[in-house]
Design a protein around this ligand. Structure first.
Ligand code: OGA
Ligand code: NI
Length: 355
């Protein structure tokens, strides 16, 4: 009996991508090697200088004369790409740099220090892990992460890492700033769909925010592996900070396009809840993460969602005879149940809702 439970614990133990890089492995271990058709080099990314991806100056939203133009730019970006980069977004660079510093220090802690936060239960409010789910993934992804519920901050912050000591304060400031930004972005996106700016107001106030702090260490064979598999985010919007290039989007021709790194910019990605709410006028962005030999990349994905149990369905204003409701309703909780028992690299959650 004791034997069995011990070997079970050992099965659950994992080696982080960070530990592999630090040990100097010359090649990626077999469990990280993707089937040939999924390797990034066999589906090469389009050089971004050939197409122009949307960058929006968010400060112009506050100018009543310019707001309609910006809303129109947002509409084009959402229809054409499912994401846009934002500049002049109001999150001070000191807040960003402090949060990057706290995350860097967290991942630099010893394996033992981080291990007590390990969890592969998707419902846990704080989880440290590697890949997507180390106990069930068939192929591993070259990523370590710490994810924590972040809104309302006072409810969750005590559960966050207490090491490094600056973590709670620095990451907390960044989480609060992105929560404000999410509200502005949702208002603009609602308007761009011809809805009231306040269409989702109540849901946003009570909604959830999960901060996924990702670390993609230097990888010895980046052509064989990925940092994250192709997926869309389940929530309303994701506000993403990347410390260097690595994010790729799937375009309408199913080609991978690299999203350029713009210093100081943040990226707004449409999630499945917006696809459903917009009745498919906007699509959630399918994206993946590549890794590289030269630098460690950090990213913060602030995953915003409507309240846990709240069912979201197409906005009645966007449903008519010509455009009947194309999706069934779902909640964040339904999504968590789905990912707990399904392999998201095989099937997208949103496809299970399509009518
Ligand atoms: C995510 C995600 C992208 C990145 O965490 O859902 O897509 O660049 N992250 O890390
Ligand atoms: Ni994502």
């Amino acid at each position: 009996m004791e034997e069995t439970s011990k070997s079970h614990e050992l099965d659950d133990y994992f080696t982080s991508a960070m530990a592999l890089t630090e040990s100097g492995v010359p090649r990626v271990p077999t469990r990280y090697i993707l089937p040939p058709s999924q390797r990034p080099m066999l589906s090469p990314s389009i050089a971004t200088d050939t197409i122009s991806l949307p960058v929006i100056d968010l400060s112009l939203l506050h100018d009543p004369l310019l707001r309609p133009c910006v809303i129109h730019e947002i509409e084009l970006a959402c229809k054409g790409f499912g994401f846009f980069q934002i500049i002049n977004h109001g999150v001070p660079s000191s807040v960003v740099n402090d949060a990057v510093d706290a995350a860097t220090r967290f991942f630099d802690l010893s394996a033992d220090e981080k291990m007590h936060l390990v969890s592969n239960n998707f419902h846990d409010p704080v989880r440290y892990g590697t890949s997507i789910n180390h106990s069930t993934d068939k192929v591993y992804y070259w990523r370590d992460f710490i994810k924590h519920y972040s809104h309302p901050l006072s409810k969750w912050i005590d559960l966050w890492p207490s090491n490094p000591p600056c973590y709670k304060e620095k990451m907390g400031k960044y989480a609060e700033a992105t929560h404000v930004l999410h509200k502005q972005a949702i208002e603009a996106i609602s308007e761009s769909l011809g809805l009231e700016k306040t269409y989702l107001q109540e849901e946003i106030e009570e909604g959830s925010q999960v901060m996924a702090v990702n670390c993609y260490p230097v990888c010895p064979e980046p052509e064989m592996a990925l940092g994250m598999p192709p997926h869309s985010d389940f929530g309303s919007l994701t506000i993403l900070l990347q410390s260097g290039q690595g994010l790729e989007m799937m375009d309408s021709n199913k080609k991978w396009v690299s999203v350029p790194y713009i210093e100081g910019a943040l990226i707004v990605l449409l999630g499945d809840q917006i696809e459903v709410m917009s009745n498919g006028i906007y699509k959630s962005m399918i994206h993946r993460v590549t890794v590289n030999k030269d630098f460690k990349r950090l990213s913060f994905a602030s995953l915003h969602s409507l309240p846990m149990q709240k069912k979201i369905s197409p906005a009645p204003q966007l449903v008519n005879e010509d455009r009947p409701a194309a999706y069934g309703e779902f909640s964040f909780n339904d999504f968590l149940d789905f990912v707990s028992s399904n392999d998201i690299t095989q099937q997208r959650f949103i496809d299970t809702l399509k009518k």
